[in-house]
Design a protein around this ligand. Structure first.
Ligand SMILES: *Cc1c(COP(=O)(O)O)cnc(C)c1O
Length: 357
């Protein structure tokens, strides 16, 4: 007995966890700073914590009302119909629903390299194939319509990450429209706005008013601090929004996730603090890190440090966990998540000491 041929599949490499590193290096977990997975340094919104705690007693029921309520709330927020909101188990779950809805076996998706690994993983799970467009470090990972269209070959889905992980750059809405205009009418352009709250720019969701070939991904994992409950969604065009009913896993987001999400949406103060602190941290890193960086619109900064795996390991021995970008195809770069002021200052200090030695 064997599974199907999975030789083209690769496992997702997550940033390293505090517990894992603490055990390996004999640290007290409280002495470690984890800036490796773009998590929110302030944790979840306190309102979400209360809602999840209060909702625990309902964990025996399937999520019905909470799922409907969260969908309605998000539809209101984005000025779309409720059917256009595809709730899922994290943004990653929403990517799976888009794959299920779009891909026939053998269909291709076009993804950025370096870039987020899950686009290709999800396509392969759904018997699709993956081609890549390159973002070049020499051009500052510039995100232009040309960079995408010069590699485009009639793929069924084109993925744009904006702000981009790991570089932090952004596509303009004009570039997104150009890409959607120039690609085949069967090509869906997916704009991944996992870091959208941190960017001082409009969401591509506004393009859905007059197009049926753009979808947008959003998540509660980053600015809302709910990575652990797994809650995200796609916003899709009205024309084919009803496909959700035919592709989703029943009760796509859990009762506790929906309750937490609903509460988090009411807590503007928490999101504002998270976004303001990330802005401060980006500037602090550009100005104080003794290594080249790229301008970021997310809650992280990419830095060129030489041998990233050696540097990551040395910094980790000093209690700071960063993301080695070797698995992104950037063996000379690390990605530093924006922490609290103290965490960010400590990360820069330790990294500078490692770089100077
Ligand atoms: C974090 C992230 C996501 C979504 O993550 P979930 O936790 O599954 O919501 C999607 N795209 C990018 C580029 C990300 O960094």
């Amino acid at each position: 007995m064997e599974p199907r041929d999975l030789s083209a599949h690769v496992a997702y490499q997550a940033g390293r966890g505090i517990e894992e590193v603490a055990r390996e290096l004999g640290f007290d977990p409280d002495d470690l700073v984890k800036l490796a997975s773009n998590e929110n340094p302030f944790g979840p919104s306190p309102a979400a914590v209360d809602a999840i705690r209060n909702g625990a007693g309902n964990a025996s029921s399937y999520p019905k009302a909470s799922h409907t309520d969260l969908t309605a709330r998000l539809a209101e927020r984005w000025n779309v119909e409720p059917a256009q909101i595809w709730l899922a188990n994290g943004g990653d779950g929403a990517l799976d629903y888009l794959s299920r809805a779009m891909l026939e076996p053998g269909d291709e998706v076009l993804v950025p390299t370096p870039g987020f690994a899950y686009y290709g993983m999800s396509a392969r799970y759904h018997h699709g194939e993956v081609s890549e467009y390159s973002l070049s470090k020499d051009d500052g990972f510039e995100l232009t319509a040309d960079a995408v269209l010069s590699a485009y070959d009639n793929e069924r889905i084109v993925y744009l990450t904006s702000p981009h992980n790991p570089s932090g750059g952004m596509f303009s809405l004009d570039a997104v429209e150009t890409i959607a205009d120039e690609t085949d009418e069967r090509t869906l352009v997916v704009v991944d706005e996992a870091y959208g709250e941190y960017a001082d720019a409009p969401s591509a969701i506004e393009l859905l008013d007059d197009r049926d070939d753009v979808a947008v991904l959003r998540t509660f994992s980053k600015a809302f601090g709910l990575a652990g409950v797994r809650l995200g969604y796609a916003v899709v065009p009205d024309d084919w929004a009803d496909a959700y009913a035919r592709v989703n896993t029943p009760f796509a987001a859990s009762e506790l996730a929906c309750r937490g999400g609903l509460a988090a949406l009411t807590d503007d103060e928490h999101v504002e603090k998270s976004v303001e602190t990330a802005r401060w941290a980006r500037e602090y890193i550009y100005e104080n890190l003794d290594a080249p960086t790229w301008e970021s619109h997310g809650n992280f900064v990419l830095a060129e440090v030489g041998n990233a795996s050696e540097v990551t390991e040395a910094v980790q021995e000093r209690g700071v966990i960063l993301r080695d970008c070797t698995s992104f195809g950037l063996p000379e770069c690390v990605r530093i998540t924006c922490g609290t002021e103290d965490e960010t200052k400590r990360a820069v200090r330790e990294l500078n000491e490692v770089l100077s030695s």
